[in-house]
Design a protein around this ligand. Sequence first.
Ligand SMILES: C[S@@+](CC[C@H](N)C(=O)[O-])C[C@H]1O[C@@H](n2cnc3c(N)ncnc32)[C@H](O)[C@@H]1O
Length: 201
Amino acid sequence: MYFSPRLATERHRVVTQSDSNERVIDMFAGVGPFAVPMAAHGADVVAAELNESAVEYLLINAEQNDVVDNLTVASGDVKALSDSYTDWADRLIMNLPHSADEFLQTAVRLAGDDCVIHYYDIQHEDTLFEPGINAIRSAAEQTYTVSVETRHEVRSYAPHEYNICLDVRLQRRWFGNVLNITGIYIHEQCRCSSAGRAIPS
Ligand SMILES: C[S@@+](CC[C@H](N)C(=O)[O-])C[C@H]1O[C@@H](n2cnc3c(N)ncnc32)[C@H](O)[C@@H]1O
């Protein structure tokens, strides 16, 4: 089970960005160091965690911090969440350095129309941010406009390697379609789905 008190400053930076009207999914919640304080801020939080022992401590943390009403614990693989929480999240936390990129398709499905992703990675000092930015763009750009709002080094991880975080905003692409029905032009606004299809709004 993973918990590092060295990330307290980073967690505080992220937690203080969330507000009480938000819907947050912590995709790799551990014992809840992001999810529990965000729920305490009033956000509606879903915390996914694969490790059963971590889930037990997460539930204890939720109860001790009196946030059970606005924290849903999803025990199991976060990929299973994407059916029930499609297009749902205003904020996604992806603290799974080394392999968060494998979950970007899931993240795109979970993201709502305007969603910030906090994406953690570990990279060599020569290419700290590019691999993550490229992976996010490649997963999301068909459906969303992708803006990198913050890129920063969280801490040194190994010689010449750093734990970094990207705060990336996804804003769903909207576009107009013109349908020609019996000679009358109807302008219909559509939005892009996660699968890249057009859905009439
Ligand atoms: C680096 S830890 C981060 C934990 C916590 N967010 C923190 O900041 O301390 C990553 C966590 O993701 C969990 N995890 C790994 N793969 C997962 C998956 N497919 N679905 C849900 N949780 C997963 C691990 O069990 C681990 O607790």
